[in-house]
Design a protein around this ligand. Structure first.
Ligand code: NAD
Length: 253
């Protein structure tokens, strides 16, 4: 995008933020890449570089294969989330909340960087769960991730639930797994109530979360999409800001 053109669009988006009373931000993996956590489908994405890694995100493969689980636990040991710090993009959304404009923050991210940056937990709707917790797939018991990773470090390849012996996994929604109905309902409700929706860092191709964009548009909200590459929802955008989230988003707030 031509620099002047981008600056003109940024100024327009800033005016919409200033005039808004209920802003909803929809965030995806792209907001956390500048914190060192790779996305899945971007040019440097985990799946783009290693298509086999997609198996670890599929619930059927995970439940059926001890080897997929072993690899998943090894991956969790080295997860970039443990050392990542929020970046200017996350901080910009904290500013929105401090200004009293943030109606809700719907995130597909599992890294909790929004809360670590300073957004209140009750504003954040985690539609895909969190990697900082483990859940037992049999009895539902939840355990802090670091406790279970300690067992992996001590040599357990596939640590089972200490209560019932069930298979455990990070408390995230894998492909093939149902979303939590109340959580996705709340996300779509927030989208229907906002007057400005800002979608950042998502290819917007995973439903029903991506559906928040048309829901907001149908209810009269302005739609701003900030992403490095085209998304599946670009046709709904009133403004498409192509570029770096950590550079563009702070200019809007
Ligand atoms: P995605 O991987 O499908 O898409 C990310 C998009 O962000 C891409 O279009 C990419 O070009 C863009 N992008 C990356 N870095 C950017 C930057 N600095 N500035 C501007 N744009 C940038 O992400 P998704 O749609 O969120 O889907 C991936 C799913 O995987 C999510 O639903 C989430 O559950 C999970 N995931 C989460 C994390 C995390 O928590 N940080 C990381 C990877 C995957």
């Amino acid at each position: 995008m031509h620099k002047d053109d981008l600056q003109r669009k940024v100024a327009q988006a800033r005016a919409w933020v200033d005039g808004a009373s209920r802003v909803v931000v929809l965030s995806g993996a792209g907001i956390s890449t500048d914190s060192g956590i790779p996305d899945f489908r971007g040019p440097q994405g985990v799946w783009t570089r290693n298509p086999a890694a997609e198996k670890q995100s599929n619930i059927n493969e995970y439940m059926a294969s001890a080897e997929v689980r072993r690899q998943s636990w090894q991956g969790r040991l080295e997860h970039t989330a443990w050392t990542a710090k929020p970046n200017a993009g996350h901080r910009a959304i904290v500013t929105l909340e401090q200004r009293g404009l943030l109606h809700g923050l719907v995130t597909q991210n599992i890294d909790e960087l929004h809360q670590i940056a300073g957004n209140s937990a009750d504003k954040v709707v985690e539609v895909h769960g969190t990697v900082r917790q483990v859940v037992c797939m049999a009895c539902g018991t939840k355990t802090p991730m670091q406790e279970v990773l300690e067992r992996v470090r001590k040599g357990e390849a596939d640590p089972v639930c200490l209560g019932c012996g069930g298979i455990q996994k990070s408390d995230t929604i894998s492909f093939g797994q149902a979303l939590v109905p109340e959580v996705i309902e709340r996300a779509l409700q927030l989208a229907s109530e906002c007057d400005l929706l800002i979608a950042v860092g998502s290819t917007l191709q995973v439903y029903p979360v991506a559906g928040a964009v048309p829901v907001a548009a149908e209810n009269g909200a302005e739609i701003v999409i900030i992403n490095a590459e085209p998304t599946a929802m670009d046709e709904f955008a009133d403004l498409l800001l192509t570029g770096s989230i950590s550079e563009i988003l702070p200019q809007l707030v």
